[in-house]
Design a protein around this ligand. Structure first.
Ligand code: NAD
Ligand code: TYD
Length: 354
């Protein structure tokens, strides 16, 4: 069995679903079910004996230790985090609690479990930490893409808390010998993405006839990776990654935000044209920029390709078309996640920008 933390969120849920499509190895999913955790993402697994869900916090050491003893996983994959930069600007506290304190407590619980394993199981055990390219900071237009040897220079409370967690993971290897792996991935997109992040927000706002908010000049650059490709990279690193190594994961898809906005609008014009015949891009609204907004992220995914033979399967064109189609096909999912709490966030983040 494997233990996945944060498996009810966007990437974690895609990972659990893909994992159980490919193997019969059971999954224990420990998730606190914050605003970003949605059990509906995993509703198709109801009654599946290979799947166990436990609601709980990675920082609850007694719960985590009990689960580790009871289920004896061969690996722990840590997806659990507070993950949204704008929320980290409004309220950094939760980010420090989960991403830093929570990761430290999880590492301690796992270390204690791992130390009690028989020798052969100890050698094969893995702790895989899922992190982000944002820990490397911001690039100028001419800088080379991030490699695994770049310094960590985080600029937002979110990326600072993730960088801290990356350091902790490294320290638990060097100090205690815990067999860890770290992945630093670029911006994901795809099904089940919570509509506070750019791509799903654009789709749901466009369909609702609402403004499409572009921060600043819209020329910030991100590297985009289809979520299922991220999941395949994590499976590959878990299976073949070298203990203690860091692997950058990216889609070789650097795009300015405004291009993403126009692509989503064009796809919607084709797949669900507006009833008044107008183009969706007429809904684009430039709004006040994010404080400390990183200008450019770019991932050099050469190491994982050379050493582990991993490459993304989707191009941006194929991945974004699938994504837009998924949101068109799943209006109920969208309606359910747009709860009262979601509306409050939209109010908090966008009212002062307009
Ligand atoms: P998400 O916000 O959609 O999901 C996070 C999940 O973690 C939620 O289900 C939430 O309930 C759970 N969680 C939060 N605090 C918890 C706690 N204390 N204990 C247990 N569960 C808790 O995030 P995501 O986009 O799926 O990201 C998953 C991981 O991947 C994060 O570590 C994030 O930093 C990293 N990452 C995300 C991206 C991206 O583009 N989304 C890119 C690179 C890396
Ligand atoms: P986001 O999806 O929040 O991911 P991240 O900040 O982790 O990269 O944002 C992606 C980019 O889109 C980022 O440069 C901020 C920008 N953005 C907007 O222009 N408008 C929005 O409403 C949001 C949410 C993001």
């Amino acid at each position: 069995m494997i233990l996945v933390t944060g498996g009810a969120g966007f990437i974690g849920a895609n990972f659990v679903l893909d994992w159980l499509r490919q193997t019969d190895e059971p999954v224990l999913n420990l998730d606190k079910l914050t605003y970003a955790g949605n059990p509906e993402n995993l509703a198709s697994l109801q009654g599946d004996s290979r799947y166990v869900f436990v609601k709980g916090d990675i920082g609850d050491s007694s719960l985590v230790e009990k689960l580790l003893t009871q289920y004896a996983p061969r690996a722990v994959l840590n997806f659990a985090a507070e993950s949204h930069v704008d929320r980290s600007i409004h309220g950094p506290e939760d980010f420090i609690q989960t991403n830093v304190v929570g990761t430290m407590r999880l590492l301690q619980s796992v270390r204690s479990y791992w130390q009690g394993l028989p020798e052969s199981e100890r050698a094969d055990f893995r702790f895989l930490h899922v992190s982000t390219d944002e820990v490397y900071g911001s690039l100028s237009p001419t800088d080379a893409a991030f490699t695994e040897t770049n310094k960590l220079e985080p600029n937002s409370p979110y990326s600072a808390s993730k960088a801290a967690s990356d350091h902790l993971v490294r320290a638990w290897l060097h100090t205690y010998g815990l067999p860890v792996l770290t992945t630093n991935c670029s911006n994901n997109y795809g099904p089940l993405h919570f509509p506070e992040k750019l791509i799903p927000l654009l789709i749901v706002n466009a369909l609702a006839g609402k403004p499409l908010p572009v921060y600043g000049d819209g020329l910030q650059v991100r590297d985009w990776l289809y979520v299922k490709d991220h999941c395949s990279a994590i499976r590959r690193v878990l299976a073949a990654g070298k203990v203690g190594e860091v692997y950058n994961v990216g889609g070789w898809n650097e795009k300015p935000n405004i291009e993403i906005v126009h692509t989503v609008c064009s796809l919607l014009d084709e797949l669900r044209p507006r009833s008044d015949g107008a183009l969706y891009k007429t809904q684009v609204t430039y709004v006040q920029d994010r404080p400390g907004h990183d200008r450019r992220y770019a991932i050099d995914a050469g190491k994982i390709e050379r050493e582990l033979g991993w490459k993304p399967a989707e191009t941006f064109d194929s991945g974004i078309r699938k994504t837009v189609q998924w949101y068109l096909d799943n209006p109920d999912w969208v309606a359910h996640v747009q709860s009262g709490a979601y509306r409050e966030w939209v109010q908090t983040n966008y009212t002062r920008r307009s």
